[in-house]
Structures are given as C-alpha cells and as structure tokens.
Design a protein around this ligand. Structure first.
Ligand code: SF4
Ligand code: SF4
Length: 129
C-alpha cells in the first residue's frame, strides 16, 4: 500500500481530491495521511503527487522486517532455557516459511490470471476450497 512521507508532503491536497474512495485525509494544512483500511491500492495518489511524497510499499520492507523481529524478541521472553528458545526459533521459522508459501502461491495465482482476472481468480478460489 502506498504511504505518505510527512516531511516531503506540502499539504497541497491534490492526492485527497484524486483518491477515488476518499481514503486520504489531511492533518490541518500540514500533511496528508492514507487510511490503510480504506485504500484500494489504485496508485492514483502516487501518480498525482507533485512532491513524490507518496511512496511505494517496498520502501517499508526493512521496517516490516524489524517489526517481525521485535515480535519474535518479545515472544522469546516467555522462554528462559536456551533449548526452549532454540525450539521456539525453529517454530518461528516454520511460521514465517508458511507465510512465504502463502505469498508465493498467491503471486503465482495472480500471475496466471492476467488474461481474465475476475474469471481466473474466481476459478482459483473454487479450486482451493
Ligand atoms: S492508492 Fe488509490 S485508494 Fe489508496 S490512497 Fe492512493 S488514491 Fe486512494
Ligand atoms: S499530493 Fe503529495 S504533497 Fe500534496 S498533499 Fe498529497 S502527498 Fe502531500
């Protein structure tokens, strides 16, 4: 999902007017904010912003990895013995590997649906259920 880098945003409001689902609001005249739950990921705000303040999701990968590691670190506090900590780390690897597989298979299904997106996605959902 796109996000707005506050220090680059002039609060001009162009993206607010462009958003087709009113997912962007302004904090006074200072900067705009995207409401994650409303955003449909169309990218129009990114294309419209004259300041390049609307940034790509990929730029946040390091922060998301850090958030995952903070979560793992917090859960580790429940395990005092080294062998239990190691066993827990193995479980976390299995958890993130499962997430990886889900993401990879989702990407494959989306790739395969390029010619008939709605029909192909519906068929894939039927096949998986
Ligand atoms: S990506 Fe589209 S829906 Fe999301 S905030 Fe930007 S203009 Fe709105
Ligand atoms: S168009 Fe760009 S500079 Fe203007 S309010 Fe939106 S994010 Fe900020």
């Amino acid at each position: 999902m796109p996000w707005i880098k506050q220090e680059m945003c002039t609060g001009c409001g162009i993206c607010v007017a462009e958003c087709p689902v009113d997912a962007i609001s302004q904090e006074g005249n200072d900067y705009a904010v995207i409401n994650e739950s409303e955003c449909i990921r169309c990218g129009q705000c990114h294309d419209a912003c004259p300041q390049e303040a609307v940034r790509h999701d990929g730029e946040r990968v390091p922060q998301e990895v850090a958030a995952n590691l903070q979560w793992v670190r917090k859960l580790l506090e429940h395990f005092q013995e080294p062998e239990k900590q190691v066993a827990f780390m193995q479980r976390m690897m299995r958890f993130f590997n499962k997430q990886k597989k889900v993401n990879e298979q989702t990407i494959d299904a989306i790739k395969a649906a390029q010619n008939d997106p709605v029909g192909s996605i519906d068929a894939a959902i039927r096949d998986l259920n």
